[in-house]
Design a protein around this ligand. Structure first.
Ligand code: GLP
Length: 262
């Protein structure tokens, strides 16, 4: 069955716990799994829960490999707004994943095309991504695939939209400091993962979530491509889910599916 699985959690905490549980179940079942990871404020509580599971419940991530979705360009990995810095700070430094098994696109590469091709090759060599975590930009972007990104796109350099630069300026000292480019996995790279999990919370994301789940599949809303993926789960809080028209149906599906699993 190809259908987006939409989970409307009551709040950010439930959203984050649900996603962390799915990831932890995978790590227990397949200790050498490949995780696709995302940055942004949305996944931070989920990472906190993974850290707790590691520290308090012995979740072993020593054989896990990871690939991050994207990185600004140009940016030094030591910059406190680089996505490499974010991942070390919010997750990798607090769990037992081996740093050498974590990949984030290199914001300093001189040969962008070769670096992107090698990123794709490394994902393939690792056996493909088992779970890809995603956030969503207010304009519907996933990773840094801005509206207009082709469904078959692969890892490449992209030019950020004014809206994304504006959205992300809150993390930088000034607008001028926000990088104008990024290296991102493509929509095709994301769709090639075995399971995508997109998280969104807050009213500001409601419009993008409704378009992604219930609008047409269109490059104008890159996240809508998830409607084509064999397994994709959207986990939102009530605010981010507030513009979904088929809310009752999603809740109905969840209730019946959980009865079936008992
Ligand atoms: C950036 C990242 C995206 C992320 C988005 C939303 O643009 N490249 O991967 O989903 O921000 O960020 P936030 O979770 O902070 O709203």
């Amino acid at each position: 069955m190809i259908a987006l699985d939409v989970i409307i959690a009551k709040d950010v905490n439930e959203m984050s716990m649900t996603a962390a549980r799915i990831m932890a179940d995978l790590v227990r079942k397949k200790p050498n799994c490949v995780l696709g990871l995302a940055t942004g404020s949305t996944p931070i509580p989920m990472y906190k829960e993974l850290i707790r599971l590691h520290k308090e419940e012995g979740l072993d991530l020593s054989r896990v490999r990871s690939f991050n979705l994207d990185e600004y360009y140009p940016i030094d990995p030591t910059h406190n707004q680089s996505y490499r810095y974010f991942m070390d700070h919010h997750l990798f430094d607090h769990i037992n994943i081996k740093k050498e098994n974590t990949r984030v696109p290199d914001g300093r590469t001189k040969d962008i095309a070769a670096h992107c091709a090698s990123y794709e090759a490394q994902i393939k060599e690792a056996g493909g991504i088992d779970i890809q975590i995603l956030g969503i930009g207010s304009n519907g972007h996933i990773g840094f695939n801005e509206p207009g990104s082709a469904i078959y796109s692969r890892t490449r350099l992209v030019v950020l939209t004014e809206r994304t630069i504006q959205d992300n300026s809150r993390f930088f000292d000034s607008m001028d400091e926000v990088p104008r480019f990024a290296i991102t996995m493509g929509i095709g790279t994301i769709l090639a993962s075995r399971h995508s999990i997109l998280l969104a919370n807050g009213k500001y994301k409601a419009e993008a979530v409704a378009k992604l789940a219930e609008g047409p599949v269109t490059s104008q809303c890159p996240a809508s491509a998830l409607q084509l993926q064999e397994k994709a789960t959207i986990i939102v809080d009530e605010e981010a889910g507030s513009k979904l028209e088929r809310k009752d149906y999603y809740n109905h599906v969840r209730a019946l599916m959980s009865q079936l699993q008992k």
